[in-house]
Design a protein around this ligand. Structure first.
Ligand SMILES: Nc1ncnc2c1ncn2[C@@H]1O[C@H](COP(=O)(O)OP(=O)(O)OP(=O)(O)O)[C@@H](O)[C@H]1O
Ligand SMILES: [Mg+2]
Length: 503
């Protein structure tokens, strides 16, 4: 018997213009959490898509408990005991939790074609019980939170008796509390003889739940180590191939004139009485727990959602923004956290996505100046180190992190005066994060101001001049760079401060 439940040997995969995997090795022991890390575009998702039958490999071997297998479809992978939890879930929104778990395998009444509902609900409860998840099995999936949907995906994997579960950036959209629940679940799965492969850009998570870790860089296998033998710096160095001197390259700029002023902004059910200002030369953080109303405030300033009260002034003049088009015309840009939904047109190329929001600046007489358009796109690909074979690549074919960089390029090109970044570094590797921070510095140096919504406190503390903290739809407080600490922010974000004031 092999010591490994899974071995991938010399896996190679080529896409047009990209060698995505070059002789990569990977193995998994029973009952371990094996983390897979590497920069954006390193090939992590591709390797896992091959394992789960979603992509064929060009060459290489896959062995399950020492036996060579040929995985030809996701369905086949599932039969072999391999399940993949994708970032975009494969659930049917209008069906119940139970129906989703047993989709296509619904228990029948005897030999009739009729579904045995009571058995299906009972089986679903049993599966959820095994992973200690308390969820109404009759609830439609579209009424479940993201975390609950993830649990349904995991329950589905369990119901197939999977021995290997792959999670590709499962934590990116979870709140702190939900992340805790996921980690507990991972520990439960591990006790049930399941091996887990965990992809994440957040190194803290790897130290918390990882047993071993495999590092990839640019389609190459770099190495596998026990997590406890490595420091954070070791991992970063192996990932990016060089020493990363400064994770937060903050430049303090002189504070200029007030550019944006928001006064008494309110939207029923979302937030109320929100007032703040942004000055030239500043990066202001907007933080708080997920659900505190930060994104809603940003959407309102950007004209994507209507407001019920309040005023917005730009450079001292009151403005009305009733649509994103208004906002863009006034020089306000919003980089959304949901890159697939609002940020990016997946079917368009890198070039088209980059210039989309500001095509008019490229028009000469009546036609778009294609040469300049290409030059602009090329420049951003270079500046942001977007990994793509060319600017004519369809956005869909880029890795997750590189798609995010294209969204960034698009907003940089609009040359907005006010830029709101909503979770700009989510899913971005440590090296590329530094590049994004440097770009923010550059924007601010050119006179723009930046409002950065982020749940990553180190990044907020590292890059912002001032920090606004929201709690349940209200601004709970403001901290200067000098006064801000992780504890102070958490006090404000959880409402501990307010409770103390009332007492
Ligand atoms: N269907 C595809 N067609 C063409 N190129 C692709 C396709 N899928 C992936 N690639 C390319 O293969 C390389 C590896 O991509 P992959 O998605 O595996 O990276 P990743 O390590 O998961 O990155 P991230 O951390 O950004 O998610 C990238 O250069 C990507 O552009
Ligand atoms: Mg990926």
């Amino acid at each position: 018997m092999s010591e490994y439940v899974l071995e991938m040997r010399n896996v190679t995969k080529r896409f047009p213009g990209v060698l995505a995997l070059d002789n990569v090795q990977f193995n998994l022991r029973p009952r371990e959490v094996h983390c897979l890390v590497g920069e954006n575009g390193a090939g992590k998702s591709t390797l896992m898509k091959i394992l789960s039958g979603a992509q064929p490999m060009d060459s290489g071997d896959i062995l399950l408990s020492g036996e060579r297998v040929d995985i030809h479809s996701p369905h086949h992978a599932q039969q072999l005991g391999i399940s993949m939890i994708y970032q975009e879930f494969n659930l049917s929104p209008y069906l119940s939790v139970a129906e989703n778990i047993f989709l296509g395998r619904e228990p029948r009444i005897g030999r009739t074609p009729f579904i045995n509902w009571s058995k299906m609900y009972c089986d679903a409860r049993e599966v959820l019980g095994r992973i200690r998840v308390d969820l109404d099995v009759r609830k439609p999936v579209n009424e479940c939170s993201v975390a609950q949907q993830q649990m349904v995906e995991i329950a589905k994997a369990i119901s197939f008796n999977s021995k290997i579960i792959v999670m590709d950036e499962p934590s990116a959209t979870l709140t702190d509390h939900e992340l805790r629940a996921l980690f507990d679940l991972i520990k439960t799965l591990r006790r049930q003889d399941i091996g887990l492969i965990y992809i994440s850009h957040r190194l803290e998570e790897i130290f918390e739940i990882g047993d071993r870790l495999t590092i990839m860089r640019d389609g190459q296998y770099i190495g596998t180590n026990a997590v406890c033998d490595l420091t954070r710096d070791d991992i970063i160095r192996m990932m990016v191939g060089r020493e990363l001197k400064d994770e937060f390259p903050k430049e303090i700029m002189p504070r200029g004139a007030e550019r944006l002023r928001v006064e008494g902004l309110a939207r029923r059910g979302a937030f109320q009485d929100v007032s703040f200002s942004l000055h030239a030369g500043e990066i202001v953080g907007l933080t708080g727990l997920v659900g505190a109303g930060r994104t809603e405030v940003a959407r309102a300033v950007f004209g994507a959602d209507a407001i019920d009260a309040g005023t917005i002034a730009l450079d001292g003049k009151p403005i009305t923004v009733t649509s994103p088009r208004d906002a863009i015309r006034q020089g306000i840009g919003l980089l959304t956290e949901d890159r697939k939904g609002q940020g990016l047109v997946l079917g368009m190329t890198v070039r088209e996505n980059t210039t989309l929001a500001n095509l008019k600046s490229l028009v000469r007489i009546l036609f778009v100046d294609r040469r300049r358009e290409r030059a602009v796109a090329e420049q951003y690909v270079k500046e942001l180190q977007i990994k793509t074979p060319s600017i004519e690549q369809t956005a869909q074919n880029l890795s997750g992190g590189n798609q995010q960089k294209v969204v960034l390029a698009k907003w940089l090109f609009t040359q907005s005066k006010i830029l709101i970044f909503d979770e700009p570094t989510r899913g971005i590797d440590v090296g590329a994060k530094v590049e994004i921070y440097k770009l923010m510095n550059e924007l601010v140096r050119r006179g723009a101001c930046v409002l950065m919504i982020s749940s990553e406190l180190p990044e907020v503390l590292g890059m912002c001049d001032r920090i606004l903290v929201m709690h349940e739809g209200r601004l709970a407080g403001e901290l200067s760079r000098a006064d801000a600490t992780q504890e102070r922010i958490m006090q404000l974000a959880t409402g501990a401060e307010l409770a103390a004031a009332k007492a």
